[in-house]
Design a binder for this molecule. Structure first.
Ligand code: F0G
Length: 456
């Protein structure tokens, strides 16, 4: 079999509109060459993100009808709390409207000026919250993660224990409130962390009295890679692997919009009593009561059901293998992509795709705009624009200059993915005509969301 068939069938469809090339040229110009600013109705296949764009099951939709919209003590909240406790094994759960809501609470409670937060590569919103609270993010991922074609490294998301320990020795464990471990690592290309590494990070952290907080946004995808690639796990269920993963964490932030298979939702979870108390005190300021945290009762019900569905071995196999199907097609077509192929997306290497455009002219941003013009497929820049500027106002110029083709869960067919592959290959054939970009409007933080550009 060339691909894994769907473990679901279609019950409802959403018609799509296909614009002409001239209309697409106008639309992207109006959007300032930023795919975030396109109208969704101008997009044919939307691979901007897998966040909140998933198809819910009939069970989840039925759950929406069971919403208990009480201001306090909603039964859907108790369902969500119990589900998280059972799946992850954490004692306490604090609901938030999405992942960054949890990052905000955690950062406000634990991050102070003069503190350092190590992590396996940054994520945009995660680092923004750490920095807004005066902290400094330090990348302690293995070097190979920054090299796009190190196909031989099965767990490119791993923490480099030497880098981590030397940071501890340099700044002092008392100045490191926690280490943030992303499972999987989005910006490295959806790359997983091995169980062995998770265990070692936990042991090293506890030796120095440092908390381990997972960013567990895509934890089920990480578990699938452990099952496939790590010795001793092939006969374990995804649920068992997940349980073991979380035994090496003191807490976690979660965006339910990914592996929760919902459109909105998130939480902060932990074992520590004091941290829990502080989080419940803060959540009422920013999100809502500790029994809804920015979600409606029906959202929490769909989220609880989604969390359980995501642990199904057939579901997760199809999900990750579907992403690989697209990646393999692109490799066959000679397109430079990040290898190995990650769990939620295929990442194009824009430096290799457009070697004539310097990083200061945002090749990944330019490529995302061109793919849209070519095909109506919407992708996302994950390079210099996303990385932004440091405290001194200098651009980061990250090693990885990527365009992300993110696959929503249970949404697109293999025929859609064939269309996408063809679109990218056609763009590659006329790559020499593609020009760099410059900012016409640059927002001060998270500039990739609303920044505008024009061709040079
Ligand atoms: N952590 C990771 C690894 C993420 O990928 C995201 C969101 C967040 C935290 C924040 O969660 O959006 O619910 O507030 N990633 C989306 C993406 C936006 O497209 O990759 P959120």
């Amino acid at each position: 079999n060339k691909y894994v068939a769907e473990p679901y069938k279609v019950k409802m469809v959403e018609p799509l509109r296909i614009l002409s090339k001239e209309e697409r040229e106008k639309a992207i110009k109006k959007a300032g060459y930023n795919t975030f600013l396109l109208d969704s109705s101008d997009v044919y296949i939307d691979l901007l993100t897998d966040s909140g764009t998933n198809a819910m099951s009939d069970r989840q939709w039925a759950g929406l009808m069971m919403g208990d919209e009480a201001y306090a003590g909603s039964r859907n909240w108790y369902h969500l709390e119990k589900t998280v406790q059972e799946i992850m094994g954490f004692k306490h759960v604090v609901p938030t409207h999405q992942g960054r809501g949890a990052e905000n609470l955690l950062s406000q409670i634990l991050v102070r000026p003069g503190t350092y937060i190590p992590g396996n590569m940054y994520f945009t919103t995660t680092r923004a919250h750490q920095e807004l609270n005066g902290g400094t993010f330090v990348d302690v991922i293995i070097d190979e993660a920054h090299i796009s074609d190190r196909e031989d490294v099965p767990f490119k998301g791993n923490i480099d224990l030497k880098k981590y320990e030397s940071l501890i020795k340099k700044v002092g464990a008392e100045n490191i409130p926690y280490i943030c471990v992303g499972v999987t690592v989005n910006l490295a290309g959806g790359q997983p962390v091995s169980m062995k590494n998770l265990k070692e990070v936990y042991e090293l952290s506890h030796k120095y009295g440092i908390r381990v907080m997972f960013d567990c946004t895509r934890y089920v995808e990480n578990a699938y890679f452990i099952k496939e690639r790590e010795e001793g796990y092939k006969d374990k269920s995804i649920a068992e692997i997940v349980k073991e993963m979380f035994s090496y964490a003191d807490g976690a932030t979660m965006s339910g919009k990914k592996d929760g298979i919902v459109n909105i939702g998130g939480f902060l979870a932990m074992n520590e009593e004091e941290l829990y108390q502080k989080a419940t005190a803060l959540v009422v300021v920013y999100e809502g009561m500790p029994s809804y945290g920015g979600m409606s009762g029906r959202d929490m019900e769909a989220f609880s059901i989604g969390l359980k569905e995501a642990l199904d071995d057939h579901y997760i196999k199809h999900r990750v293998e579907q992403v690989k199907y697209l990646g393999d097609k692109l490799i066959e077509g000679g397109i430079p992509i990040v290898k190995p192929i990650g769990g939620h997306a295929v990442f194009l290497d824009a430096r290799k795709f457009l070697p004539h455009i310097p990083q200061s002219q945002y090749p990944a941003q330019a490529l995302a705009a061109e793919i849209y013009i070519e095909s109506g497929v919407r992708t996302m820049e994950r390079g210099n624009v996303s990385a932004g500027r440091n405290k001194e106002g200098k651009e980061y110029f990250p090693k990885l200059e990527l365009v992300r083709l993110t696959i929503p869960r249970r949404v697109y067919s293999y025929a859609h993915l064939d269309y996408v592959a063809e679109a990218v290959i056609n763009t590659y054939e006329r790559k020499n005509q593609i020009k760099g970009l410059k900012f016409t409007y640059e927002p001060p933080v998270l500039r990739f969301f609303t920044g505008k550009f024009e061709p040079i």
